[in-house]
Design a protein around this ligand. Structure first.
Ligand code: JB8
Length: 267
């Protein structure tokens, strides 16, 4: 997979050279290019921003440097407008972090991990002149993406989050890919709590079932803990589960939770 990141703070992206993503690059699984948007300015001050049409606070990123930068990273084949229905499957995806975008989830990470070329455009200030997004949509699949309902100063940190979530899904990046299956958000339930040695620590014991050696009981306990935890912390996830994910035992565990809550409810 080829990744290109465009930013006026390319050094913010240097942690991507470390650890998981750095090793994936060394293994040739990932080819990462980080580019300084100012390389595509032509004035003495390397200007990337200007005042907003219509007035208002803050500055807006000028379209011209973005156009030249995208010409460069999208490369040949991106010159002519291509209708969305006519775009080849290997067409690049342009990801634009924005609090106004669709929410990035594990499903988004899986979709993007299946693509050949991802380009990330990191905005700053009040964002990028919207004509850049409209123009690019004729050349690439464009997705404005938010990593959550809070506001950052720019897209760089959001890109780090997305690149880590995507890169770890690529074949060969994670040593033990089985560890990907049972984790939070892969099947709509949160992960079960985990423990290691010692069996007793500062007066807190490991749940005895985990020391029992009964693999069936351990699996059932873990499933119950995932259900209980999801119901408690993320009832929205539980409500969104597709039909058929919960079996009769699961539903009994959840019904028992509701009863416990009603018994202890005040009044
Ligand atoms: C300027 O919170 B965010 C985000 C905030 C931003 C820009 C991009 C993303 C650009 N502010 O996801």
């Amino acid at each position: 997979m080829r990744l290109d990141v465009l930013s006026i703070f390319p050094e913010y992206l240097s942690p991507l050279q470390l650890s998981l993503i750095g090793r994936a690059q060394e293994k040739g699984l990932l080819d990462l290019g980080v580019h300084d948007l100012r390389d595509w300015t032509h004035d003495r001050h390397r200007t990337v921003d200007d005042t907003p049409y219509g007035g208002g606070a803050g500055m807006v990123m000028k379209p011209e440097p973005w156009g030249e930068a995208l010409d460069h990273v999208l490369g040949a084949g991106a010159e002519a407008p291509v209708a969305s229905h006519a775009r080849p499957p290997a067409a690049p995806v342009l990801i634009v972090p924005s609090p106004a975008g669709e929410v990035f989830t594990q499903a988004t990470a899986r979709e993007l991990a299946a693509r050949e070329h991802l380009v990330f455009a990191c905005g700053r200030y009040e964002g990028i002149d919207h004509r850049v997004i409209d123009w690019a949509a004729e050349r690439a699949e464009v997705r404005m993406v938010s990593i959550g309902d809070y506001v950052l100063n720019g897209g760089e940190v959001a890109v780090m989050v997305m690149v880590e979530a995507i890169a770890r899904l690529l074949p060969g990046v994670i040593g033990n890919p089985e560890s990907l299956d049972e984790e939070s958000h892969e099947d709509g339930l949160l992960e079960y709590p985990v423990y290691t040695k010692p069996a007793e620590w500062r007066g807190h014991e490991v749940p005895p079932v985990l020391l029992s050696g009964d693999h069936g009981k351990v699996a059932r306990w873990r499933r119950d803990e995932r259900l209980r935890r999801t119901a408690r912390v993320r009832p929205d996830l539980l409500a969104a589960l597709p039909a058929g994910v919960l079996d009769a035992h699961d539903r009994r565990v959840l019904a028992a939770l509701t009863e416990e809550r009603e018994e202890t409810a005040p009044g």
